[in-house]
Design a protein. Structure first.
Length: 140
């Protein structure tokens, strides 16, 4: 089981991401709307509700892909010394598939900008993993 844990984490994270992309636009908007309603009182003097909603939705993309970057790094670190490249490539492919799924779902849109945000999230997750790995004495 311990050897399979990294693969299981990658699969769960990927399925979570793609599962969210399968949600119709109304459901997805409702989910981000809950967070917007909670946070808007803190930001009402500096931005519109639409701007805050956009920021929350883009941060959700970034965050779920940062988590994917972490689990991909964990998976690939034991497979090859070039794990960062493989992890990044898999993250980008996951993002492209994710945005392609959204093209097929009512009231959703697959956007190149979201692929870039997703890729940035993967890179951030890889960086965090790398820093933690080095601080804990990895590759000694």
């Amino acid at each position: 089981m311990k050897k399979r844990l990294p693969l299981i984490l990658v699969l769960i994270t990927t399925l979570f991401i793609w599962g969210n992309s399968l949600l119709p636009g109304s459901v997805s908007s409702s989910q981000s709307g809950i967070i917007t309603k909670l946070l808007y009182p803190l930001f009402k003097n500096v931005m519109s509700v639409d701007t805050l909603t956009t920021i929350i939705r883009k941060l959700a993309h970034f965050t779920e892909y940062a988590i994917l970057g972490l689990v991909l790094a964990y998976f690939y670190k034991s497979k090859t010394h070039k794990y960062l490249l493989f992890a990044l490539l898999q993250g980008v492919i996951t993002a492209i598939i994710d945005e392609s799924i959204q093209l097929l779902v009512p009231n959703r849109a697959g956007l190149l900008t979201d692929v870039l945000i997703d890729t940035s999230g993967v890179l951030f997750g890889l960086l965090v993993f790398y820093i933690i790995y080095k601080l804990l004495g990895g590759n000694k």
